[in-house]
Design a protein around this ligand. Structure first.
Ligand code: AMP
Ligand code: GLY
Length: 449
C-alpha cells in the first residue's frame, strides 16, 4: 500500500521510502471527541513522527501538539500546513469541509483526508443530498424542499403526522425536528425559517416523511472511486432516555450494531454506498474521505436518513477503540486514491461510548465548570475518556461545550462494555452533569434475548 501511495509521486525511491514514511507530519483539524479519538489512534501509528492538532483540546494536548488555530480559520490552517510541510491533513469536522478547506489545501499541493466542498455538500445541503438520491433512485424518505415558510406550511397541512422538518444546512445535529402534531410542525418551520434558530442553515427546509425503524450509522473510507467500509455502529441522537426529546449531536454510541447482519451489510453497500459514490462521480463531485450514511432499517426496508462528510461523533470513539489496524495507511490511501486491496482488522469485542454533557444541552448551558474525577480514572487499556467540550483554566480542566466528554469502553459482551464504561462515568463529575443511563439498550436487549 505504501508503495502504491508513494508511486502517486510522494517519493520515487523505495530505499528512501521507509525513512520518509516513518517520519510523517500530520495535522488534525478539530477539537471534539471525534478528534480526540482520531488523535489517540493516529498517535499510535509507527509512521507518524509529529502530530499537530488545531485547535485540539486538553485531552488531545496529552498526545499531540495543539496549535491555537480555529477549525474555521481556513487561511491560517493553509499557512500552517504549508509552513510546517505537513504530509497529511485530516479534517475532522464538517464546517471546514463544507467551507472548502480540503480544496484550498489540495490547491496548495497538500495531501488531505476529507472531501472537497462540492462533495461535502452531501452533508452541507440536505436539499442537495435528497435531490441527488432522488435523481439516482437511491431509497430515502419522501420529501419536498422549501425556501418560503408559507409554502412549507401549506404542504405540511396536507401531509400525515408525524412529519419531519429539517434545516437544510449545517446545524450541529440539531436541525432535524421530528414533529408529532401539526402545531409542532408549524413551530419547527417557524424556528428554522423565521426565528432562524439554526442561522443560515434554515434558509431552506426539507420536509420529510416520518420513517419508523431502527437507525444505523454506516461509515466507509472513500478514495474517489472505491469504498472500504468500517464496522457498523449505532448512536443515540435524542437527549432523553428511551430516545426521547430533542435531537443532539449524539449522546452515546456503540459498535458493532447487532442489527447489521452480513446480509444487511452487503445490501447497504450495494443499494446505498456504492450507488452514491457512482452518483457523486457522475455529477462531477468525486468523493474522498469518510462517507457516513445515517440509515433507517425497518424489516427489509432500508432508507437513507442523512449523509455526513466526516467521521460520526460519537460513533468514531467506539469504532476506533475496536480498530486494530493502523489508521494512518487508510487515511493516506483515501487521500491518494489507493484504497484497492486494503482491509481493516477489528477487535471482535463490542465498545460503548457514553457522552457526558453539560446540564441544559442541547438548549443553553453553563460553561467553565471544574471537572473532578478525571485523575481517578484507572489506567485501563479498555476504557478511554475522550475530551469533547473541555478547556484548561489554569491547571484545571473545565467544561467548555455541550458535549463535554465521551467515556468509551470495551468488553467481551456489550453488557460488559456498557458496565466498564459507566463505572468510569460515575467517577467523573461537575455541576449539573448530564448523561443518559440507557446507552446501548437496543443492543443489550438483543444480547440478553
Ligand atoms: P438527520 O440529521 O437528518 O439525520 O436527522 C437527525 C435524526 O432525526 C435522525 O437520526 C433520526 O433520529 C431523526 N429523523 C430524521 N429524519 C427522520 C425521518 N424521516 N423519520 C424519522 N426520524 C427521522
Ligand atoms: N452522531 C451523528 C453524527 O455524527 O452526525
Amino acid at each position: 500500500m505504501f508503495f502504491q501511495y508513494l508511486s502517486k509521486g510522494y517519493v520515487a525511491s523505495c530505499s528512501f521510502t521507509v525513512e520518509i514514511i516513518m517520519n510523517l507530519k500530520i495535522l488534525l483539524v478539530g477539537g471534539g471527541g471525534r478528534e480526540h479519538a482520531l488523535a489517540w489512534k493516529i498517535a499510535q501509528s509507527p509512521w507518524v513522527e509529529k502530530l499537530y492538532c488545531a485547535p485540539g483540546n486538553p485531552g488531545i494536548a496529552g498526545i499531540a501538539e495543539c496549535v491555537d488555530i480555529a477549525a474555521g480559520d481556513l487561511e491560517a490552517l493553509e499557512v500552517f500546513a504549508v509552513e510546517k510541510k505537513i504530509d497529511l491533513t485530516v479534517i475532522g469536522p464538517e464546517a471546514p469541509l463544507v467551507a472548502g478547506l480540503a480544496d484550498r489545501l489540495r490547491a496548495a499541493g497538500q495531501a488531505v483526508f476529507g472531501p472537497s466542498a462540492s462533495a461535502a455538500a452531501i452533508e452541507g445541503s440536505k436539499a442537495f443530498m435528497k435531490d441527488l438520491l432522488q435523481r439516482h433512485h437511491i431509497p430515502t424518505a419522501g420529501y419536498q424542499v422549501f425556501s418560503q415558510p408559507k409554502a412549507a406550511l401549506a404542504y405540511i397541512r396536507k401531509q400525515k403526522i408525524p412529519i419531519v422538518v429539517k434545516a437544510s444546512g449545517l446545524a450541529s445535529g440539531k436541525g432535524a425536528m421530528v414533529c408529532h402534531s401539526l402545531k409542532e410542525a408549524e413551530e419547527a418551520v417557524h424556528r428554522a425559517m423565521i426565528a432562524r434558530e439554526f442561522g443560515a442553515a434554515g434558509q431552506e427546509v426539507v420536509v420529510e416523511e416520518f420513517l419508523t425503524g431502527e437507525e444505523v450509522s454506516f461509515m466507509a473510507f472513500a478514495d474517489g472511486e472505491r469504498l472500504l467500509p468500517l464496522a457498523s455502529a449505532q448512536d443515540h441522537k435524542a437527549i432523553g432516555e428511551g430516545d426521547t426529546g430533542p435531537n443532539t449531536g449524539g449522546m452515546g454510541a456503540y459498535s458493532p450494531a447487532p442489527i447489521v447482519t452480513p446480509g444487511l451489510h452487503e445490501r447497504i453497500m450495494s443499494e446505498i454506498m456504492e450507488p452514491v459514490m457512482r452518483a457523486m462521480t457522475m455529477e462531477g463531485r468525486p468523493y474522498r474521505g469518510l462517507l457516513y450514511a445515517g440509515l433507517m432499517i425497518d424489516g427489509d426496508l432500508l432508507k437513507v436518513l442523512e449523509f455526513n462528510a466526516r467521521f460520526g461523533d460519537p460513533e468514531t470513539q467506539p469504532l476506533l477503540m475496536r480498530m486494530r489496524s493502523d489508521i494512518v495507511p487508510h487515511l493516506l490511501a483515501s487521500a491518494s486514491g489507493t484504497l484497492a486491496g486494503m482491509t481493516i482488522d477489528w477487535d471482535p469485542r463490542p465498545a460503548v461510548c457514553v457522552v457526558m454533557a453539560a446540564g441544559g444541552y442541547p438548549g443553553s448551558y453553563a460553561g467553565n465548570l471544574p471537572i473532578t474525577g478525571l485523575q481517578s480514572v484507572p489506567p485501563h487499556g479498555d476504557v478511554q475518556v475522550f475530551h469533547a467540550g473541555t478547556r484548561f483554566d489554569g491547571g484545571q480542566v473545565v467544561t467548555a461545550g455541550g458535549r463535554v466528554l465521551g467515556v468509551t469502553g470495551m468488553g467481551e459482551t456489550i453488557t460488559r462494555a456498557r458496565d466498564v464504561t459507566y463505572d468510569v462515568v460515575h467517577r467523573i463529575h461537575w455541576q449539573d452533569v448530564y448523561f443518559r443511563r440507557d446507552i446501548a439498550h437496543r443492543a443489550i436487549a438483543r444480547e440478553v434475548s
